[in-house]
Design a protein around this ligand. Sequence first.
Ligand SMILES: Cc1ncc(COP(=O)(O)O)c(C=O)c1O
Length: 373
Amino acid sequence: MKVKIHTLFQYLLDTTEAEPEAFVGFSLSQSPKLGDFLADLDPGLSLDWNGGSFRGLPELRDRVIGQAGLDGLCSPDDVLVTAGAAEANYLAFMQLVQKGDEVIVERPGWPQAEVLAEAVGATLRIIDRDESDGWTLPIDAVEAAITPKTRLVFLSNPNNPTGALMGEADLARLARAADRVGAWLIVDEVYAGLEWQGARAPSIAGIYPRGITTGSVSKALGLQGLRTGWMICRDETLIRDAFILRENASEIMNILGEVIAEIALRPERLAPAMEAARTAGRATLAKLDAYVAGQPKLSWTPPQAGLIGLARLAPGIDSDTFARRLLADPYRTFLLPGSAYHRPNHIRLGVGGGQAANLDVGLDRMARLLADW
Ligand SMILES: Cc1ncc(COP(=O)(O)O)c(C=O)c1O
């Protein structure tokens, strides 16, 4: 098995040395500093692994259940702490899917399942989200694509990159359709918690026994560098299979990531951190929405949740050329081209990153490039 690079990662690789002065592409909240946690850290903490469980720190797993609203539906034993949602997706995918299986993914969507499916020789069934329908996932199309050969359905909710949000009724429909053939359903919830319209969607792990919720502290809490996330699933064998695979890669989680994530998820810290992230996100998104409305060469459906959305470029502007020119002198501004999501006429706009993103400067420079195009 060889995993090939996907377009999104290729673009990040191509641009890591560009040193942009502004970002219109940040997908996470402003990151806290280590100092914000020092008062709650025990200097006597052993830097051996947690020693308690191959699933991760028990108290962290308890917090994970709490923040996902799964108290009473799932238990801490249903949680595996992982190196981010990315590792959770990887471990579940690789232990579930084999050559010849069918895997259903959404487009635009998080590209991880697509490259893994190709690597293992699975057959991809692609469900397109339609811009004219507000990027809503067409549940009918997913139902129609599910066959007895379907092994896994992989979705993100809120969707990366459009911020479209599914509610309980849609998730329950998907679970029923998957259940008819015994398929697994991964819902990547890495963007949960920053909903602008409607409530946070329930986690699939509480709805469907073969539902796998993946998430992390990376996005709303801005703690991406901790590399700490999770999978939640009521199937004991799946959790066990996942940590068996992990044992052959990185073996165990890093203790500092676990300890700091546990502190960050304590209710007395989590509630104000989420409130601050929502206040900042709402303000920057409102600014971005007004900006797009004032740009004749841009249009979009604003995200229902999260800090990123896809904006359409006027006909004739190719997203890859646009993003690369915007990154070069004199604009020096970063955003992701829609080509990373099979949408070459769109750009991914993001409003996270706090002050360091220099959003106002980035928006001005993008306006100049659009005007000159
Ligand atoms: C949908 C989605 N899943 C997973 C990830 C990886 O996140 P983590 O830092 O939790 O591994 C990202 C990061 O951008 C993402 O957008």
